[in-house]
Design a protein. Structure first.
Length: 270
């Protein structure tokens, strides 16, 4: 039997940058450091460059359902290995902005502010506002995966940080009367909605306007945990409708989820 790896130094380094929560050993190889918030955890001991056994993946999947956001530390994977791991969760989506896709692996969308011959090599404006990934599609993906290859540094400190918020905690934190009011409401999403108002992303405007509007329930039930979750109504949303098709003002539109429930957000630092 192999000894459990000691990730004390790495855990201490991460814990020094955020509120330290529960440290647990998921199995003989994997250690998880949970945040003190309702979501988020750093995971050590998983090597995505190697195939995961069904048991190892099930352990990781359970942790994902519990913590919602996992940061798998110390990874070195190829594009194909990244895609292979994504497929363990289901079908891999391809975004309609194909000119931002990886040249050999169209399942991967590049996010970058680097320019080549005056053109960004990736999507430079991919997450500057609160949003639910691909909420403009009829079936939004179950999982979003990010893999940082090059991150800006300043005085030896990485500047990359992605903010996440719990849709389940946001819903649970609403007054009961407001929860009742939201039942049955649906949101109409339009992928070009925000940028049509702000004037940003004009280079992709034609592609965005070709995407059809979609309708989602404002309150969704998580298919694996059974939790009720508040759909993040970002600026992609154009209105809310009831079953009678009457338009409703969104009562907390524009309010970040992290303000709807205490300690519902988490920052993943590279």
């Amino acid at each position: 039997m192999a000894d459990t790896p000691d990730h004390t130094d790495e855990l201490r380094e991460v814990a020094g940058t955020r509120s330290q929560g529960l440290k647990s050993t998921l199995d003989q190889q994997v250690t998880m450091l949970e945040s003190r918030d309702v979501i988020g955890a750093d995971v050590y001991g998983v090597d995505l460059s190697q195939p995961l056994s069904p048991t190892a993946f099930a352990t990781l999947e359970t942790a994902f359902h519990t913590r919602a956001v996992l940061c798998l530390r110390q990874q070195r994977v190829t594009a194909q290995q990244f895609i292979d791991f994504a497929r363990r969760f289901g079908e891999v989506e391809r975004i309609f902005l194909t000119h931002y896709a990886h040249p050999q692996h169209p399942e991967i969308m590049l996010v970058s502010n680097i320019q080549d011959n005056g053109r960004h090599i990736g999507h430079a404006d991919a997450g500057r506002v609160w949003h639910t990934d691909m909420s403009y599609t009829a079936r939004p993906p179950r999982v979003t995966m990010l893999y940082a290859l090059e991150v800006p540094m300043e005085n030896g400190v990485a500047l990359g940080a992605t903010h996440f918020a719990s849709a389940a905690a946001a819903y649970a934190g609403l007054p009961e009367a407001l929860q009742t009011r939201l039942e049955g409401l649906r949101a109409v999403h339009r992928v070009a909605g925000r940028r049509a108002r702000t004037g940003t992303g004009q280079q992709d405007h034609a592609l965005r306007t070709q995407q059809p509007d979609v309708v989602h329930p404002v309150v969704r039930t998580h298919p694996y945990t059974g939790q009720k979750c508040l759909l993040r109504l970002s600026r992609l949303m154009i209105c809310c409708v009831s079953h009678e098709r009457r338009h409703h003002p969104w009562p907390v539109y524009g309010v970040p989820m992290c303000r709807l429930a205490p300690r519902s957000s988490w920052i993943a630092r590279v």
